[in-house]
Design a protein around this ligand. Structure first.
Ligand SMILES: Cc1ncc(COP(=O)(O)O)c(C=O)c1O
Length: 360
C-alpha cells in the first residue's frame, strides 16, 4: 500500500540536494502517487490535486486574466456558479451561462474575450448531456480552452481529454473517493505547459490535500469500476420505476430513451451514470418535502457518488446559491428531487421509495 507520508518537510543532503521532495506544499509522495493515478485514469499526462473540487476549479480560474470571459452551461453546479459570479466577477472575469443542449448554438456566444468553455456533463442536477466532441471542435477553431467537470460521470464512464478537452476537473469527493469520507479535487491535463501553470498555482496558493486524504482517495479508486458498474445498474432500474410511477411527473436520466440527448450520452459515455432526478406536478414543495423526510435507506444529505444512496433537494441544498429565477429557467423547481444511487440491493431501494410515496 502507498504509505501515508505524514510529513511537512524532507531532510536535504546539501542545500538543494534532495530526493525530489523539499517541502510538502510543493510535493508529497502520497499525493504524487494519487496525481499519477488520476492522470492515468483520465488518459492525461499530469494530475494536479487540490483540497477540494472547488479549490481545483479555483486554480483553473487563476490561469485567467481580468477581462476574460468564461462560457458555461446554464445549469451548472451551484458552487461553480458561485465561484465564477461571486468570487471572480469582482476581479474582472465574466461568466456567461447558456443552454448547451444543442452544441451548434454556442458558437454565437464566443467573442474575442472568451478564453474558457466550462462544461459539466451530465449536468448537476438536471442530468443534461452536452456534446463534448462537438464543443471542443468549435472551441479549437476559436482558440478557446475547454475544461470538463467530469464529476458526475467519473473517469470510468467518460474521458473528456480523449474527446478533445484541454482539462478535466474532478470533485474526487464523489465517485472517485466513493465512500463519503474525504473532500478532494483534481485537474488532469495533457500538456506540460498547462501542468506547469497549475503546479505553480498549487504551490503558490497552497490549497493542497493532506496525505491521509490522498491515501483514502487512492483506496477508493481501487473499487471505482465495481462501484460505478453496480450503481449504474441500480440507477437504470430506479429510473424505469420512477418513470412509470403515477405520482411522478418527470424523470431526468440520460439512460432513458426519451432523454433529449440520449444518443450523445450513448456515444460519449460507457454507461449512463447513477444520478437520477425527478419531479412532481405544480412545483409542489410540500410533496417533495414529505418524500425527502420519509425515506429510510436514502439518507437526506448533500453530496453524491458514495456507496450509500442519498436523496437531496437541489433548490435548498446544492443549488441554493443560484437565484430562483435562474433555476426555474432550466427546470430546477422547488419540488425537484435528486438521487445519488449507491450499490445497495436495488429492490430494497425501490421499496424505500415506494413507502416514501405512500401518503403524499
Ligand atoms: C459537479 C460538481 N463539481 C464540483 C463540485 C465541488 O466539489 P467539492 O465539494 O469537492 O469542492 C461538486 C460538489 O458537489 C459537484 O457536484
Amino acid at each position: 500500500m502507498t504509505p501515508i507520508y505524514q510529513t511537512s518537510t524532507y531532510v536535504q543532503a546539501a542545500p538543494g540536494d534532495h530526493k525530489g521532495y523539499a517541502y510538502a506544499r510543493t510535493k508529497n509522495p502520497t499525493r504524487t502517487a494519487l496525481e499519477a493515478n488520476l492522470a492515468a485514469l483520465e488518459n492525461g499526462k499530469f494530475g494536479i490535486c487540490f483540497a477540494s473540487g472547488m479549490a481545483a476549479m479555483d486554480a483553473i480560474m487563476k490561469t485567467l486574466k481580468p477581462g476574460n470571459e468564461i462560457l458555461s452551461t446554464n445549469d451548472l453546479y451551484g458552487g461553480s456558479y458561485r465561484l465564477i459570479t461571486k468570487i471572480y466577477e469582482p476581479f474582472g472575469l465574466k461568466g456567461k451561462f447558456v443552454d448547451m443542449h444543442n452544441a451548434d448554438n454556442i458558437e454565437r456566444h464566443i467573442n474575442k474575450n472568451t478564453k474558457l468553455i466550462w462544461l459539466e456533463t451530465p449536468t448537476n442536477p438536471m442530468l443534461n448531456i452536452v456534446d463534448i466532441k462537438k464543443i471542443c471542435r468549435i472551441a479549437k477553431k476559436k482558440k478557446v480552452m475547454v475544461c470538463v467537470d467530469n464529476t458526475f460521470a467519473s473517469p470510468y464512464l467518460q474521458n473528456p481529454l480523449d474527446l478533445g478537452a484541454d482539462m478535466v476537473l474532478h470533485s474526487a469527493t464523489k465517485y472517485i473517493g466513493g465512500h463519503s469520507d474525504v473532500i478532494l479535487g483534481a485537474v488532469v491535463v495533457k500538456t506540460k505547459k498547462l501542468a506547469d501553470q497549475l503546479h505553480f498555482i498549487q504551490n503558490s496558493t497552497g490549497a493542497i490535500p493532506g496525505p491521509q486524504d490522498c491515501f483514502l482517495t487512492l483506496r477508493g479508486i481501487k473499487t471505482l469500476h465495481v462501484r460505478v458498474e453496480q450503481a449504474c445498474r441500480n440507477a437504470k432500474r430506479i429510473a424505469k420505476y420512477l418513470s412509470k410511477h403515477p405520482k411522478v411527473s418527470k424523470v431526468y436520466y440520460p439512460g432513458l430513451k426519451d432523454h433529449p440527448n440520449h444518443d450523445i450520452a450513448t456515444t460519449q459515455m460507457r454507461n449512463y451514470g447513477a444520478m437520477v432526478s425527478f419531479d412532481f406536478e405544480n412545483d409542489d414543495f410540500k410533496v417533495a418535502t414529505k418524500v425527502l423526510k420519509n425515506t429510510k435507506l436514502f439518507a437526506l444529505a448533500e453530496s453524491l457518488g458514495g456507496v450509500e444512496s442519498l436523496i437531496g433537494h437541489p433548490a435548498s441544498m446544492t443549488h441554493a446559491s443560484i437565484p430562483k429565477k435562474e433555476r426555474m429557467k432550466v427546470g430546477l423547481t422547488d419540488s425537484l428531487i435528486r438521487l445519488s444511487i449507491g450499490i445497495e440491493d436495488v429492490d430494497d431501494l425501490i421499496e424505500d421509495l415506494e413507502q416514501a410515496f405512500e401518503n403524499i
